[in-house]
Design a protein around this ligand. Structure first.
Ligand code: ADP
Ligand code: MG
Length: 265
């Protein structure tokens, strides 16, 4: 049996194997929302695109050391982490070098648990660690899922959303059985929601019928302020905190704290 995780920070992956569904937007804004609630947060950018890094106001190409070196064992996690001054949380930055980790890791011992090992030395310093996963079920994503207590799935309420969801839920079950007995589905977050679209209302209702309490009450609307914020290197909840999108992510931070507040640490 794999050893159980040390219990300090709650480590959550923001995952969905589809691209452009709001993973990074959710990661950045949830990190900043939790920071505003007084939580110590580490945001791990596991995507070679480095969007979570940039959206946190950190230039991904200026970082002297990034998560790639940490995963291959060439740098300590403490050397790599940087502060998001706009978001008030720490970041483990990523850039294109990370795509090399996919290949390098294959040969390495404990290739699925390199992130877990790295996090174990700093997780006592945090209340929450959020892992922004790439849009694949790659070795990088496996490292994220192997290190986490739970998965948060952002999704758009579209026609094929439910189908894609069952693949992801099956993957989570497989990882739970083989790699990480602590892993659970924390919840599904409806994002980029447009109440005027009947189909979205229908899919949203289906989600609630099928997944019940696993569907977060908070719904994040489609809101252009959230899309503008990254170009200013700021989380949306900082860029325009009174916008509808920001208010939704602030409410989501509170809902998450309420929901996992009772989780054993
Ligand atoms: P992923 O990380 O899953 O690929 P992103 O978070 O990068 O997805 O989002 C994809 C695009 O949609 C980005 O351009 C982002 O700014 C935009 N976006 C995300 N959430 C919203 C929202 N609630 N309203 C409007 N635009 C959004
Ligand atoms: Mg992304």
């Amino acid at each position: 049996m794999p050893e159980t995780l040390p219990t300090s920070a709650r480590i959550f992956c923001i995952a969905n194997q589809k691209g452009g569904v709001g993973k990074t937007t959710t990661s950045i804004n949830l990190a900043a929302a939790l920071a505003q609630l007084g939580k110590n947060v580490l945001l791990v950018d596991l995507d070679p695109q480095g969007n979570a890094t940039m959206g946190s106001g950190i230039d991904k190409n200026e970082a002297a050391v990034n998560l790639y070196q940490v995963l291959i064992g060439a740098a300590d996690i403490r050397e790599a982490r940087l502060r998001s001054h706009t978001g008030q949380y720490d970041v483990l930055p990523a850039n294109r070098e990370m795509s090399g980790a996919e290949i390098d890791l294959v040969q390495m011992p404990g290739r699925e648990t390199r992130l877990k090992q790295a996090l174990s030395s700093v997780q006592d310093e945090y209340d929450f660690v959020l892992v922004d996963c790439p849009p694949t079920l790659s070795l990088l994503t496996l490292n994220g899922l192997a290190s986490a207590h739970g998965v948060i799935i952002p999704m758009q309420c579209e026609y094929f959303a439910l189908e894609g969801l069952s693949d992801l839920v099956n993957t989570i079950k497989r990882i739970y059985r083989n790699l990480n007995p602590d892993l659970e589905l924390i919840g599904l977050l409806r994002v980029m929601y447009d109440t005027r679209v009947t189909l979205q209302q229908q899919v949203s209702a289906q989600l609630e019928a099928h997944f019940g309490e696993k569907v977060f009450q908070t719904i994040v609307p489609r809101n252009v302020r959230l899309a503008e914020a990254p170009s200013h290197g700021m989380p949306g909840v900082v860029y325009d905190r009174s916008s509808r999108g920001a208010r939704a992510y602030l409410a989501f931070g509170e809902e998450l704290v309420r929901r996992v507040g009772g989780m054993a640490r």
